[in-house]
Structure formats: C-alpha cells, structure tokens
Design a protein around this ligand. Structure first.
Ligand code: CP
Length: 303
C-alpha cells in the first residue's frame, strides 16, 4: 500500500527503496526532452514549509513538483505570522484549511515533520529535521551512486567530516547499508560518534580501507555551541581533500560526493569541483528525479 508520508529512511525496506530508485529513472529521462512535464499531479497542491534555509532541497522540490504539473506554493516563513509567535501546530491548522495535498517541511527540530504528519491529511515529506534525517538527500545519493555502480552490493563508501551533527550522514549511511553498500565514518574524534559503522579518525587509514567513493560533509558550525577542532585550516590539512590528496584519489579512481553547500578550503579544495569523478552536480540534477519519484509515490488522505 502506498505511504501517506516520507519521513525517514529507517522505516523503508530495500524493496521500497529500490522501487523509488527505479521510478526516478524515467523521470530523469524526461529532463532531456523538449517538454519536461508530465500530468501526474495535475490539480494537486504542494506547499513548501521551510523553517531553515535551503538552496538545493527547496528549489529541487519546486522543480520536481512543477514537472509533475502540481501547483506549488512556497510559504515564506520569515514574512509569515510565525514571526508574531504563531506555533507550528496553528500554522498547520491554517494550511490544512487550504487543503494542500503535500507539505514539504524543513525544521531545526528533529521529529517536527513527523508531528506535522500526524496532524494533517496532507502527505508530509521531511526535507531535513535537525540532526535526525534528510531522506530525499539519501535517495538522490543512492540514485547517483547506482548510476556509476549499477551493482552496489559490496561497494564501499566513506562518509567524511562532521558526522555528529549531520542528518545527511544518518540517512545516507542507512540507505547505503540497506542497499548492501559498506559504510565507514571518518573525521575528527570529536565529530565521529561510535555507531554500528566502521570508524576512522585518520584520513590515511580510511583511504587504505579502499572506498569506492568519499562522501564529504560540511562542518555544521550552526549546530555546534563550541569549536570541535582548532581551526578551518587545521581541519583542511588533516581531513580536507587538498590538491595533493586529490591527485591520489584521482589515481585510484575514487568518486567524490557532497550534499552541499560546500565550504571551499575546509572539506575540499577548488580542484575537486573540476575532478572528472566529482559527482556533486550529478547529485543536484538527480535530486529533481528522486523527489519526483517520492511525490509521485505518496498517497495523501482525502480531506
Ligand atoms: N543538501 C542540502 O540539503 O542542501 P540545502 O540546504 O541547500 O537544501
């Protein structure tokens, strides 16, 4: 049975994930056609409710919904009555009265999209909640990795950087694990918690493990109340992809991924963006197809 909401990766099984990835393929094929739209969600309304900033996720959901012919409204949180103290619950009651079919939510509090999903008949999609989950990012990451490695089983990915504060690390490691990809975390000891995944606190040891891709993360200073390492320069020299490390990565044919936004001179040098196995732009493009698949696959309750 189709789900009402899309809140995390943990609750999806491998068959559901594979179905979504397969569904995204024909949607991506649309991008090279002269008419890039299909009427699948004609007459439906998609509402974007972003309480935190976003470039990629917000614009990609907007494009995805429009390519499915939905009507899209972007709720302008800073200029809304939220600034007058309106609660999330009251905002959702108001939006429910407008009968949106889909609500795409980003919020700094873990669990807020799930709470909204319990309150509304609309299908709720988690576009990132605190350090908890970012399931559509995970889906586009898996889709991108599968494009370069159609047989994902047994491949290895090292996720490098600020694991502790990263919702992307949680969702993307989980989706890879469910698809049979081996995952390791690497970064400063202060930012890599003990989990079920292999853990490295030394860049060279992580590379000796033989990853097929390095998945870089931004250091999320906005979620840290004290510095977790001495300086950006220090971080770059110990864990960043420097020009010298890029050369070795290139010699081994290792792919580089990153969810964005990037911090040049911290987790990567400029040269990474020109590296032929850098998948960052491909991830952004695939975000539209993956989000089309999610929107297409959900079933809002009739209100
Ligand atoms: N990857 C990601 O979530 O980027 P945005 O914050 O720009 O949406």
């Amino acid at each position: 049975m189709a789900r009402k909401d899309f809140l995390d990766i943990v609750s999806l099984d491998r068959a559901e994930i594979t179905h979504l990835l397969d569904q995204a393929v024909p949607f991506k094929d649309l991008f090279t056609r002269s008419v890039k739209k299909v009427p699948a969600l004609k007459g439906k309304t998609v509402l974007m409710l972003f309480y935190e900033p976003s470039t990629r996720t917000l614009s990609s959901f907007e494009v995805a919904a429009k390519r499915l012919s939905a009507d899209v409204t972007i709720f302008d949180v800073p200029r809304s009555s939220v600034s007058k103290g309106e609660s999330v619950r009251d905002t959702i009651d108001t939006l429910q009265a407008m009968r949106a079919d889909y609500i795409v939510v980003r919020h700094r509090l873990a669990g807020q999209p799930a709470a909204i999903a319990r309150q509304t008949n609309a299908s709720v999609i988690n576009a990132g909640d605190g350090a908890h989950a970012h399931p559509t990012q995970a889906l586009l990451d898996a889709f991108t990795f599968r494009e370069v490695y159609p047989e994902m089983e047994g491949r290895k990915v090292v996720i490098m950087g600020d694991i502790l504060h990263s919702r992307v690390a949680r969702s993307t490691s989980t989706i890879f694990e469910k698809l049979g990809v081996e995952v390791a975390f690497c970064g400063p000891g202060s930012l890599v918690p003990q989990t079920r995944f292999r853990r490295f606190t030394n860049y060279d040891e992580a590379m000796k493990w033989g990853p097929d891709a390095i998945y870089l993360l931004r250091v999320q200073k906005e979620r840290q109340d004290a510095p977790f390492f001495p300086s950006d320069r220090e971080y770059h020299s110990v864990f960043g992809i420097t020009e010298e490390r890029l050369k070795r990565i290139s010699d081994k044919g290792v792919y580089v991924m990153h969810p964005g936004p990037i911090n040049r001179g911290v987790e990567l040098c400029d040269g990474v963006l020109d590296y032929e196995r850098c998948l960052i732009s491909q991830q952004v493009e695939n975000g539209i197809a993956a989000r089309m698949a999610v929107l297409f696959g959900l079933k809002p309750k009739v209100s």
